[in-house]
Design a protein around this ligand. Structure first.
Ligand code: ADP
Length: 920
């Protein structure tokens, strides 16, 4: 420990020394800047911009820019950045986490790197934990940026599209982590480039970085919704396959060949595909027209009927390829898939591409329109996309390892402007919670009588309410905050430092607002100064009176010992305890803190109870007496470390699995963005189309083959049936003598191209490109959604397989990769098929089809981020996560025994006894 501290300590000190040197440079610039007029100072911004555009780096400009920002702040905000704030600002600029105590002025500190980085014109995102703080900080600090000639925007969740775009195009954008993340996902679901709101992710300053990147990172952001409801259509189309016949091949009497008995469709059991024959196609059109699903004279190949064809094929597959009690069973009015190889029921799993609904229609059970994940991302993967990421908080040090490991963020501990005088007292541990609450009440009452303000931190709302009722009985006036109304609670917490103030708050409540001893007068003074009715003299007099009053209250509180913190329970993580303590002793203020615990507390019960009880028994502690000993505090701390380590594992697991999806998401999103920006799609289409027909032709006419090996008739039929391309290939043999396989390939490719060119000529390049874009985006989106569901199933199921000696994470990666490849093939295939077969009559028609595709394909869209529950009990925290449960089942099911010293089968790289063996 001391050895490590030495290393880290010295690294920290080295950095601080470097920063100090730059601070001296900045300070040396101050006299010259002070002499400038406002106009001259403001002119610095365009000057810096100019220099940057000529190639000067931000690092080189840093000292001057920081000096200018500080000088402007003195004039606009009446605050001069402290030297330690300069140092913190540098840590942020260099992409690190600045740990600075509460009340040290992180908001103001951040303006330095924000100003500097905004000069690049690429945008800076300032990330806060709630909308209230985003708005407050943007308003206050926005005055400074505005004065310096930069724009500020606030990105709130309820903003209209245009307002959002404006917020993002500002030099500095404030907003919450959720909103930034959801905007990113939404931007990758649009159908037109102009609908996107974000710019590229350049520089982010994350406030309360531990809350956002650690606590909230345990659950991903998810956008979900339901596919459009087509229930009626599924039931109706279900009638069509019954009227169509299968085309069968029959052996000729001599056994030498096969003759085909004509029918409406063919099927290929191996690839689970069906195909309408030409006759079948005509027949299906007639049936659909009679049913009123297809307008008179319309064709299934019309652009407007793309989705109808999709449904028809799904129904046909349901009838021709999937059989009850073989591929699925009907159970409780539901279709349950049966695994072909193992015969096991795959409850909860669904076929994709509308097949499941088609089977539901066929069996006459209710068609389920299930919720689908449309897009999802973890905070880890979102924030890692910023070219430069930085953060600030009062409590990062205990999690420095995780920040480094996962985000590559180094933590720099910045010394306080003035050393804290807070006294942190030893924990008191009682045998029962009644005794504990009794002792707490005494402490609070004592403070109240002496006029000292108290902040009581609880771990849950219930706990807050319990305490509130105890204080009520004792007739002690108090406020209760539950982190529900951010703005109102900020007001209350700002006044929590008045004499006799008692405030009960969960640890999330009033975050980001500091507690001034004697109460906060700044706000009241501001109201007076803004008053329209008062004269200047009156304003001054009233403000002075307020300040004097405040000064006397302030002195009173200081004399009483400053703000006292009472902790009702130790939290699962030391960091959160430190957050609570950090509320007191700001800016060199006096203060004190004490945690009250009992053996009934969940953390003690689970981890340290027996040990502490034994100590208490040995010491023969009488009832009502607390134990207050270093050995107890150490037991508790080690319990906290255990929970912290476990939470780290959960986050890491989530990330490791999300990394696979993340790489794929990047590919898909990049494709999408290229499509959105492309004006001309013909080249891309040509390459897709040529590849497709190349493969198709080679199935019938192998490379470098001779006429005897060709199946021109087969090829011709296939082209006509599946691609609506009528090419007289068999005729060619008669008219052309030295026909080679390459010639045939060329003919087919040329015919497909001619078909394409004719369509483009008919409706114009631009209209057709718009249609192509919509077709591709639609295809990518729907396949990607289904792929996400498939990955989900895969992840849940991978542990259940008998995978003896295989690493589930590796298996997951391998299969996910395979699925992804298949998905890309399906997209290509679908897109080419639609573009080649679509029949177009007019430009209006194609534009209408484009619109139809671009319109939302989903309804009931939800945005979810399961809120991190900082108040979850250790029991909840320790409920084995799903992945862990699956692991332990997996080796039981396969009868595979793991030795305690073997590697854990979950792939963590740890020994079994230190990983899931421990949990079991
Ligand atoms: P933190 O976020 O670090 O807890 P805040 O940003 O809320 O702290 O700032 C705490 C208080 O200190 C605010 O009222 C702010 O106006 C004030 N403050 C910060 N820096 C300075 C400074 N350099 N000079 C004067 N007051 C400052």
């Amino acid at each position: 420990m001391s050895f490590l501290t030495k290393i880290f300590g010295s690294r920290n000190q080295r950095l601080l020394k470097q920063y100090q040197k730059i601070v001296r440079e900045i300070n040396a610039l101050e006299p010259k800047l002070e002499a400038l007029t406002d106009e001259q100072l403001k002119a610095k911004t365009p000057e810096f911009k100019e220099r940057i555009s000529k190639g000067e780096t931000l690092d080189a400009i840093l000292p001057e820019a920081f000096a200018v920002c500080r000088e402007a702040s003195k004039r606009v905000l009446k605050m001069r950045h402290f030297d330690v704030q300069m140092m913190g600002g540098m840590a942020l600029h260099f992409g690190k986490i600045a740990e600075m105590g509460t009340g040290e002025g992180k908001t103001l500190m951040a303006t330095l790197p924000i100003y500097l980085n905004a000069l690049s014109g690429k945008g800076v995102h300032v990330v806060t934990v709630n909308d209230y703080l985003a708005q407050r900080d943007a308003e206050q600090m926005g005055q400074l940026y505005g004065w310096l000639g930069l724009t500020t925007g606030v990105n709130l969740s309820q903003l209209e599209h245009d307002a959002k775009q404006t917020a993002y195009s500002s030099d500095v954008t404030y907003g919450t982590n959720n909103e930034f993340g959801f905007d990113y996902l939404r931007d990758n679901m649009v159908y037109e480039a102009k609908d996107r709101v974000q710019r590229s992710l350049n520089f982010a300053v994350v406030d309360e970085v531990d809350s956002i990147l650690i606590d909230e990172a345990r659950t991903p952001l998810i956008i979900s919704g339901q596919a459009e409801n087509h229930t009626e259509l599924y039931y109706k189309i279900n009638e069509v396959p019954k009227l169509l016949t299968l085309q069968i091949g029959e052996e000729t009497p001599d056994g030498k060949g096969v003759v085909e008995v004509p029918g409406d469709y063919t099927k290929d059991e191996k690839s689970h595909q069906v195909l309408l024959t030409e006759a079948g196609h005509d027949k299906a059109e007639r049936i659909l027209t009679q049913m009123g699903l297809l307008p008179e004279g319309a064709s299934l190949y019309d652009a407007a009927n793309i989705s109808l064809v999709h449904h028809l094929y799904a129904a046909l597959r349901a009838h021709a390829l999937y059989f009850k009690d073989q591929h699925y069973v009907v159970l409780n009015d539901e279709i349950v898939i049966v695994d072909e190889f193992t015969g096991r029921m795959m409850t909860g799993r669904r076929w994709s591409d509308g097949l499941h609904q088609a089977v539901e229609a066929k069996e006459g059970v209710r068609i389920q329109n299930e919720n689908q994940t449309l897009a999802s991302i973890t905070f880890q993967n979102y924030f890692r996309m910023y070219a430069r990421l930085s953060g600030m908080t009062g409590t990062a040090d205990t999690e420095a390892y995780e920040f480094q490991e996962i985000y590559g963020l180094e933590t720099v501990v910045i010394p306080p402007n003035r050393p804290s005088q807070r006294k942190d007292r030893q924990d008191q541990v009682y045998k029962s919670s009644e005794e504990k609450y009794g002792a707490m009440l005494k402490d609070i009452q004592d403070c109240y009588e002496r006029g000292q303000p108290v902040l009581v931190g609880t771990t849950s709302i219930e706990n807050s309410e319990l305490l509130s009722s105890i204080l009520e009985k004792a007739k002690l006036p108090h406020n209760v905050l539950n982190a529900k109304q951010h703005a109102r609670e900020a007001e209350i917490i700002a006044q929590a430092g008045r004499p006799k103030g008692i405030t009960i708050a969960t640890n999330m409540a009033g975050r980001g607002t500091d507690i001034v001893l004697g109460g906060n007068v700044a706000k009241q003074v501001q109201l007076i100064e803004e008053s329209a009715t008062l004269s200047d003299a009156e304003k001054q007099a009233q403000a002075k009176q307020l300040r004097d009053e405040w000064q006397s209250l302030h002195d009173q509180v200081v004399a009483a010992g400053g703000l006292h913190i009472v902790g009702t329970e130790r939290h699962e993580s030391r960091r959160v305890d430190n957050q609570l303590r950090g509320r007191s002793g700001r800016q060199g203020d006096p203060g004190s803190s004490r945690f009250y615990l009992s053996l009934d507390d969940a953390l003690l019960r689970i981890f340290a109870g027996d040990r502490v009880r034994a100590i208490m028994d040995r010491l023969k502690m009488p009832e009502g007496e607390p134990i207050e000993a270093g050995i107890v505090s150490r037991s508790i701390e080690s319990a906290q470390r255990k929970v912290e380590a476990r939470n780290f594992d959960i986050r890491k697991q989530l990330l490791e699995y999300d990394d696979v999806a993340n790489d794929q998401r990047k590919v898909i999103y990049q494709q999408r963005n290229e499509l959105l920006e492309a004006h001309d799609m013909s080249e891309m289409m040509a390459s897709l189309r040529d590849g497709m027909f190349h493969d198709l032709v080679r199935m019938y006419v192998p490379d470098e083959s001779v006429e005897e090996q060709w199946d021109l008739k087969g090829l011709q039929t296939h082209l006509a049936a599946e691609w609506a391309l009528d090419i007289n290939l068999t005729g060619l043999l008669e008219t052309e003598q030295n026909l080679t396989d390459a010639d045939i390939l060329e003919r087919v490719v040329a015919a497909a191209k001619a078909n394409y060119d004719a369509k483009v000529d008919l409706v114009g390049k631009e209209s057709f490109a718009g249609f192509e874009r919509s077709v591709m985006l639609q295809s990518i989106d729907s396949h990607w959604r289904e792929h996400l569901a498939a990955l989900d199933h895969l992840r849940q199921g991978i542990h259940l397989r008998g995978y003896a000696q295989k690493n589930p994470k590796q298996e997951y990666k391998r299969e996910a990769f395979e699925l992804f490849g298949q998905m890309l093939d399906m997209i290509k295939n679908e897109v080419v098929r639609i573009i080649v077969t679509v029949r177009i009559q007019s430009r209006e028609e194609i534009e209408a089809a484009e619109q139809q595709l671009a319109q939302s394909q989903v309804e009931n869209v939800h945005y979810q981020h399961a809120d991190f529950d900082a108040n979850a009990s250790p029991e909840e925290m320790l409920a084995p996560n799903p992945v862990a449960t699956d692991d332990s089942q997996a080796y039981v099911e396969s009868g595979w025994k793991v030795g305690r010293n073997d590697m854990c089968p979950c792939g963590s790289g740890k020994k079994f006894k230190q990983c899931h063996g421990k949990l079991a």
